[in-house]
Write a protein that binds this ligand. Structure first.
Ligand code: ADP
Length: 493
């Protein structure tokens, strides 16, 4: 562990631009602290717009060469990157725990997803580059040709730092684009510099991937430079709805296309015919995996009345018994939340709900730097926790007369990312899924699932566009309509 931490100290003090680790132009830095121990893991370059502009210029310069690289060359880089991740697995798990408080289980989920992502992305190099289209103009041959767009900006969050930065860069790169990655200030290593190391070792040409870090509260500088630059053709963003909305407003001014993966307020619906033990297991995992800091986590559990009493009793008992503490201990389920601000927000929103009449079935008091798995019921609709995404291990349980009523309640939210339904009748589950206003619905599973090939994304205020390698070409390529004639055609005048 200590060795891994030392290995990153030097890396973090600079940006990765044009294939080199370079100091920030302004010479400033900030300490990257472990959310569990408070230890300073390294000093991070506090970059600004000028650093971002250098990175954009490097990405622009690298674009032509990378876009023209032969498919076999591109493919090998992603396969080698997967081997690098595989070879560094333990070190990466330790870094995720130290930097983001990510426990063993969710760390392994992130590494597993990343390996699949890289290996599947290797195939994108051989994806057909377009289609021949029938034309009603005699002698005209028409085609739709897919081309990489150029420089892509990637803005990633800290919560699943490895995978969310990974999906923000791997699809665009594999399709022949170059990338400037801006990691979160909370995960400059595992969501930023580590990716530069992986691709550097895999042999990605200089400038194809660039990473620029910044200090807390200073995302604007780097973000705005990407929005404003005419060289940046697309931006993908994963984070909160509030930040995504501001970004989209600015992007509109520059007519820049953005992919937005935003907040969730995800329902898990338990029908009365569900297997009780399975429903409880699913809800415990879906609500508390990675201490509830996944955008897909179940935030609201609706239970049909006949099962409600038994469900609540078992669910609360399981939540109260979850091992809480050091994320590097493999037995821990609920590790620290990301920072003091997040802990204070959880505390404030839970206390506000209690003040408005909510009952606490488990947890409910912070144990710094952790917040224990917490189950609330009787939460009124006007409580903040009922309205906004609250990133942490707090879930609200509500009794409903029917799953159909739960769907109607869930659809009242402005957010529509993920949902799930547990029922003994999977045909009913499918009917309910069709009525849920969510980009992702799982029947007889909990809502936290992702695979690199799936169309991941939300409806309503949960975002626009889809990640997922089968769908990345829609977001990160230009489609050009080309026609060609061998003979002259006749014109009416
Ligand atoms: P979270 O609460 O998950 O951290 P945020 O939306 O605050 O969600 O952050 C997600 C990402 O957006 C992070 O990389 C963060 O640095 C970045 N970010 C925050 N504010 C801005 C901004 N004004 N412009 C560009 N990126 C931003």
């Amino acid at each position: 562990m200590a060795g891994a931490v030392h290995a990153w100290r030097d890396r973090l003090s600079g940006h990765f631009i044009g294939g080199e680790w370079v100091p920030g132009g302004n010479g400033r830095s900030y300490p990257n602290r472990s959310p569990w121990s408070g230890e300073v893991l390294g000093e991070v370059a506090a970059g600004d717009a000028e650093d971002a502009e250098r990175a954009i210029a490097a990405a622009h310069e690298a674009f032509g060469g990378w876009a023209r690289a032969l498919p076999a060359e591109r493919q090998m880089i992603f396969l080698r990157a997967a081997d690098v991740v595989e070879g560094r697995r333990d070190e990466i798990l330790a870094a995720l725990a130290a930097e983001t408080g990510c426990g063993r289980h969710f760390g392994a989920v992130q590494v597993g997803f990343t390996l699949n992502l890289l290996r599947q992305a290797a195939q994108l190099a051989y994806r057909p580059a377009g289609e021949l289209l029938p034309s009603d103009i005699e002698g005209t041959r028409a085609m739709a040709v897919r081309r990489p767009v150029g420089v892509t900006g990637a803005i990633a969050p800290w919560n699943a730092s490895l995978t969310l930065a990974g999906r923000a860069i791997v699809g665009p790169l594999a399709l022949g684009n170059t990338v400037v990655l801006k990691p979160s200030e909370e995960s400059p290593y595992t969501g930023g510099a580590l990716w530069a190391e992986i691709f550097q070792e895999a042999g990605l040409p200089a400038g194809a991937l660039n990473v620029v870090t910044h200090a807390p509260g200073e995302a604007n500088g780097v973000g705005d430079a990407m929005l404003v630059s005419p060289l940046v053709k697309r931006i993908n963003f994963t984070g909160s709805t509030a930040t995504g909305r501001r970004l989209a407003e600015k992007a509109g001014r520059h007519l820049k296309r953005v992919v937005l993966q935003l907040s969730g307020q995800n329902p898990l619906i338990v029908a009365a015919d569900a297997d009780l033990d399975y429903a409880v297991d699913a809800a415990v995992y879906g609500a508390f995996v990675h201490q509830g800091q996944v955008c897909m986590c179940a935030r609201r559990v609706y239970v049909e009345r006949p099962l409600a009493g038994a469900f609540m009793e078992r669910f609360a008992a399981r939540a109260a018994a979850l091992p809480t503490g050091d994320p590097s201990d493999p037995a821990t389920v609920v590790g620290p939340v990301i920072n003091e601000w997040a802990l204070a927000l959880l505390d404030r929103r839970v206390k506000e709900a209690i003040g408005l009449g909510a009952r606490v079935l488990a947890g409910g008091e912070p144990v710094p730097p952790c917040y224990p798995a917490t189950v609330l019921t009787d939460v009124p609709d006007d409580a903040e926790i009922a309205q906004s995404e609250t990133f942490g291990p707090v879930v609200v349980v509500e009794v409903v007369d029917s799953a159909e009523q739960a769907v109607a309640r869930a659809n009242r939210s402005d957010l529509g990312l993920a949902a799930s339904i547990i029922t003994g009748d999977s045909a009913r589950g499918l009917r309910l899924a069709a009525r849920l206003e969510a980009g992702i619905v799982h029947v007889n599973d909990q809502p936290v699932n992702d695979e690199p090939q799936m169309p991941f994304g939300g409806l309503k205020d949960s975002g626009w566009g889809r990640f997922g390698l089968g769908f990345a070409a829609e977001e990160f390529c230009e489609l050009q309509w080309i026609t060609v004639r061998d003979d002259a055609r006749s014109f009416p005048f």
